[in-house]
Design a protein around this ligand. Structure first.
Ligand code: SPD
Length: 371
């Protein structure tokens, strides 16, 4: 598949920026084949220099066309990329042992769980000089206060992508996802913490609730909502359905929303009140990684300023790389909801490890999906 590193169409770009903005833009048009494959290679280094291979386990549609080819060009290391669709699936893969992956991309709360479960290894920061590029807001986060195990990849929000032309401008709440007028035209994320989180937010509770009564209420909200849903979809599945008018509303991650918005001006993206999720995806090295040295080189590559800018200019997620920020396309920064005012940033919640209660979250989501 041939894709450009930057996806904002010229027409949309002009609209978002105005003529003066375009003149000063950093819009880049690079072509490269996306080197995604679906097979996992193993290959231990056997004590000597590592073989020139790296196995990358990532969310889908989450590298720019140039990200992997430029790494291979720089280092001679060939990358195999596989995909997962939730943090829980990623954990299960690692816990099954011997995954063969060298770099993985868990989100915030899952890093804490993986540290506890000893499935990831400490990073050798002397091998990652570009770690200096990470913005202050993305260093030392609560799930890994000294960044001993993780460095940030991308960050974003979770909200509602909807067809404003069809249903009008929505209030900034979660209510539309429970509105019987939209029966059969709505999807929620196939994601335990995010979807229970939406129910908890709607009830005015925290996404990290551990009170059994609050979780029971969230369960009831999801049971009430289920008959209205087309299904529980991954964000990358929901995006084209909302984009082409097949769904009216989708619970999605922000990058998918911004891709859809840049293609269809009838759509809008809402980060509801009283709260919604702000998340950080990170790069970690599994304890059993066959190529840890190559993994450090890859993490260092992602944190390069130019590589980081091209990554976000493709994924439409936000960059935790301070050195990359001046190279983020102006049109992207201007899309509604991309650049968060400080008070919105502070109001959003971050999903945390809820310890023993994690099982209850999983039990409820399984029960809702199978009811
Ligand atoms: N297509 C890439 C999506 C990455 C989303 N990760 C977000 C996890 C939030 N809990």
């Amino acid at each position: 598949m041939q894709r450009r590193d930057t996806r904002i169409s010229r027409g949309r770009f002009l609209k978002a920026m105005g003529a003066a903005g375009v003149a000063g833009s950093t819009l880049s048009v690079l072509s490269a084949c996306q080197m995604n494959t679906s097979s996992t290679g193993g290959g231990s280094s056997g004590g000597g220099p590592e073989e020139k291979k790296l196995n990358f386990y990532n969310w889908s549609d989450y590298v720019a066309a140039s990200t992997i080819p430029s790494f291979t060009e720089k280092t001679g290391i060939e990358v195999t990329q596989d995909f997962f669709s939730s943090n829980e699936d990623l954990l299960a893969k690692l816990q099954a042992g011997g995954s063969g992956y060298d770099v993985i991309v868990p989100s915030d709360y899952m890093v804490a769980i993986m540290i506890k479960s000893k499935v990831i290894q400490k990073l050798d920061k002397s091998k990652i000089p570009n770690a200096k590029n990470v913005s202050a807001d993305y260093r030392g986060l609560s799930f890994d206060p000294k960044n001993q195990y993780s460095l940030p990849y991308q960050w974003g929000t979770t909200g509602i992508l909807y067809n404003r032309k069809e249903i009008g401008q929505l209030d900034a709440t979660w209510d539309a996802m429970w509105d019987p007028r939209f029966e059969g035209e709505v999807s929620m994320l196939n994601d335990t913490r995010e979807t229970l989180g939406a129910a908890l937010y709607k009830l005015g509770y925290s996404v990290n609730a551990t009170d059994p009564e609050q979780l029971a209420e969230a369960n009831a909200e999801l049971q009430k909502q289920k008959p209205l849903l087309r299904g529980y979809f991954d964000s990358t599945e929901a995006r084209p359905l909302v984009q082409n008018g097949d769904l009216l509303l989708g619970h999605v991650f922000s990058g998918d929303a911004f891709v859809a918005l840049s293609e269809n001006e009838d759509l809008d993206y809402l980060v509801p009140q009283p709260a919604a999720t702000r998340w950080t995806d990170t790069m970690c090295i599994p304890a059993t990684a066959p190529h840890p040295d190559n993994a450090h080189k890859f993490i260092n590559h992602i944190l390069d300023a130019n590589v980081g800018a091209k990554l976000s200019n493709y994924t439409y997620y936000n960059s935790p790389n301070g050195a990359a920020l001046p190279m983020i396309d102006g049109a992207l920064k201007d899309l509604p909801g991309y650049t968060l005012p400080r008070e919105v940033f502070e109001r959003l919640e971050v999903i945390e490890d809820t310890g023993e209660t994690t099982r209850e979250y999983e039990r409820i989501f399984t029960e809702v999906k199978s009811s």
